[in-house]
Structure formats: structure tokens, C-alpha cells
Design a protein around this ligand. Sequence first.
Ligand SMILES: Cc1cc2nc3c(=O)[nH]c(=O)nc-3n(C[C@H](O)[C@H](O)[C@H](O)COP(=O)(O)OP(=O)(O)OC[C@H]3O[C@@H](n4cnc5c(N)ncnc54)[C@H](O)[C@@H]3O)c2cc1C
Length: 395
Amino acid sequence: MVNLKFLQRSFLMDKRIVIIGASLSGLYTALALSSKNIKSILIEKNKIIAENINDGRAIALSFGSMQIIKSMNLWHELEKCAGRIEKIKVSEKSTLLNFAHQDAMGFIVEGHNLLKTALVKVKQDPNITLLDNSTYELITNQPDLAQIKINDTLYQPELIIAADGKFSNLRDLCNIKTKEHDYKQSCIITKIEHELPHNNTAYEIFCPSGPFALLPLKDPYQSGIVWTESNQLVKTLIELPEEKLLYFLSKNFEKILGKGKLLTKPSFYPLKLIMAQEYYCYNIVLVGDAAHSIHPIAGQGFNLGLQDIDLLCNLINQANQLGMRLSNPSILEQYQDIRKKTNRRMAIFTDGINKLFSNNLYSISLLRQFGLSTLEQTPFFKKMFVKYAMAEISK
Ligand SMILES: Cc1cc2nc3c(=O)[nH]c(=O)nc-3n(C[C@H](O)[C@H](O)[C@H](O)COP(=O)(O)OP(=O)(O)OC[C@H]3O[C@@H](n4cnc5c(N)ncnc54)[C@H](O)[C@@H]3O)c2cc1C
């Protein structure tokens, strides 16, 4: 008689990498590894039902992120549902700052499309074994030995990748410390249809207590909204009947896009900065929000995650080709060294912008308007900003 458990074990043993968490970072890590012909097991605690994926965020992807996704052979699918950012307009009161570039500076893809497109590919990929509705127990993690029990079966992978989000359990099991800051703010997210075309323009409007972003979707008459406000106000706003909430939202978008209606039920996300102090511990390495969860004011969280994934998978590939253990400390140290600096820089940048633009003091407001109009008249800085937004100089 065939020993099923033995068969299952030998089938999974050729996967030298286990990834924990099958949301954006986990799915895209598995695909990046597979594009280099490296096999992995992807573990998700929740049951994944494609039709139920309902991430209402409009995710801004930089030009650099698009190129990373292209290398996973996924962009041709995502492009079908991606809006283009050709212009960015930043405003406060009457001050306006304009950015434009002959190519798209970035793209807007709805979160559910990013997830579903990756999920379809993962399910078809013989290099990836997706185990959803699954539990794991870390048995040991010491130099050159990791043991992890997944659904009661013991595995001994060379590397475990923690893609389990900002409250990462694996990070805690490794005793990796974090630096945290509660913004006491939340974002309201929704999608609207509007009278006037968005002309591929993203708007960042600085309102008295927080920024309000309009992100152009593929349909010229649809935009994503990300509205940052204090936790207290968001709590009140989100409980309003939809037509009342639409009234408050319209105050910010109607002058630009005309009358609008809600296409999705508004949801909200409380905001907290969480930065891991180390990115690896022996055979466990952190990617995405498990390593850094930053303020979404500049729409950079997943862009940083994709840069983590790109670098880590390239280093793993090099180690693999040299016949090295995939958790060799020299590659993980290199990964940590490079990614920690960039991620920290972006965390400081977004933190600073949020502080500057979520402050209603008269003096700060004057300073902001002075800064914006000075920037508007300085082509060099504007060019630098566009390059940064496109993630050409962020690595
Ligand atoms: C309002 C808002 C707007 C944003 N806009 C942008 C934007 O425009 N551009 C951009 O680049 N980024 C943006 N971001 C950031 C981006 O959404 C995140 O960086 C990204 O979603 C993080 O994905 P992740 O996979 O790392 O983590 P998560 O999405 O948190 O996924 C973690 C996964 O791990 C699973 N998991 C957790 N614990 C376990 C366990 N014990 N066992 C198995 N599985 C487990 C979870 O179920 C989940 O599926 C935004 C964020 C917010 C809040």
C-alpha cells in the first residue's frame, strides 16, 4: 500500500523555502522565486477564496515596481486593469504644485486585482505549493537548522520567509525588536465614479487635519480615494449613512472631478509605523510589512515590499547557483544592510510629510504654502521628485 504521508513529505522536501503569509508580499515572493526556478511552500492561515478577495485599496505602483512585476511575467495581466499616473497635482488652499512626465510616473491597481492576478498564477505554478487554511509551529531556529511543523507534518527548510504582515508572529518568535509609533490617524478608503475624466492625474489635497488623495483608475471616470483623518473623526465618519459620507468626500473632489457616487462600501485602516530592528535571525528573514509598515501618505508600502522581494530573491538565486545554503548569513546580512537603509529613509520621509501636512497651525500652513510655491518654481527639485516617485533613485 502507498504511504501517503511519505509521498507528501518527499514531494514537499524538494522545496527548500517556506513562506509564511499569502497576501501581497507572500504571493509575489513565491512568484519571484519561481521565475528563478526555485520552489517554495506558501502557507496562509486563512482560507483563500478568490471570489471573496475584497481589498478596496487603490495601490499606487512606481515605475520601478512595474518593472519588478514584469520580471515575474505578470505585468501583461495587471496592465489590463492598471490606471496610469501621468500628472501629479499637490494642493493646499490656492497653492498648486504640478508634476508631469512624458511616460507614466506610476500606475494605480486596485488591491483585489493585485491579489487575484497573483493568486491565479500561483495556483498554476508547479514550483509553488500553496497551503491555505493552515497552521504552523516553529520547532527550532538555530544556525543551519530550522524545523517547522505545518499542519502536523515536520519540515526542515533552508530558509523561512516571514511575509506575515505588520503584526508578524514569526518576527516575535525571533525576538526581533520593533520601533513603533501610533499615528492616531486612520485612512478611509473607497472608490468613486465621477462626472469629469481624471485625465490620468493623481491629486494630493492637503486639508486642515490630513491629506486627501484621488488616484486615477483604469476607467477615466473612476478614482480611488484615500482620506487620512484623526481616529476619532474617522470613527464618526465611517458610521454615517453613505450619502452623508459622500457629502463630506464630495467637498474635496467635486471641484476637480464633478459630482460623484460611491462604487464601494467605504472601509478604514488605522495607521501605525512599525519598523523591525533586524531583518533576519538565522534561517528566518522578513519581507514586506513584516519588516516595515509605514504611513501610506506617499503610497510606498508595497513598493518597498517589492524592492525587498526583488533583492532577496536575486541573492537567494546567487546562493543557489553557488551551491550555498539559502540562509547563508552573508546573503541575509547583505539583504538587511541594503533594505534597512532604504526602508528607514522612506519611513522618515513619509513620517515627516505627514507631520508637516497634518498640522493646522497658521505658521506651519504658511510655511507649507511657501514651500510648495518655491518647489513649483524650481525645475531641478521637481525633476528629482519625479525620479524619486518613479523609484529610479530609491535603491
Ligand atoms: C490605506 C492604505 C493605503 C495603501 N496604499 C498603498 C499604495 O498606494 N502603494 C503601496 O505601495 N502600498 C500601499 N499601502 C501599503 C500596502 O497595502 C502594504 O504594504 C501591503 O499590503 C503589505 O502586504 P503584506 O503581504 O506584507 O502584509 P499583509 O497584507 O498584512 O499580509 C500578511 C498575510 O500573512 C497572513 N498571516 C499572518 N499571520 C499568519 C500566520 N500565523 N500563519 C499564516 N499566515 C499568516 C495574513 O493572513 C495575511 O494574508 C497602503 C496601505 C494602507 C493601509
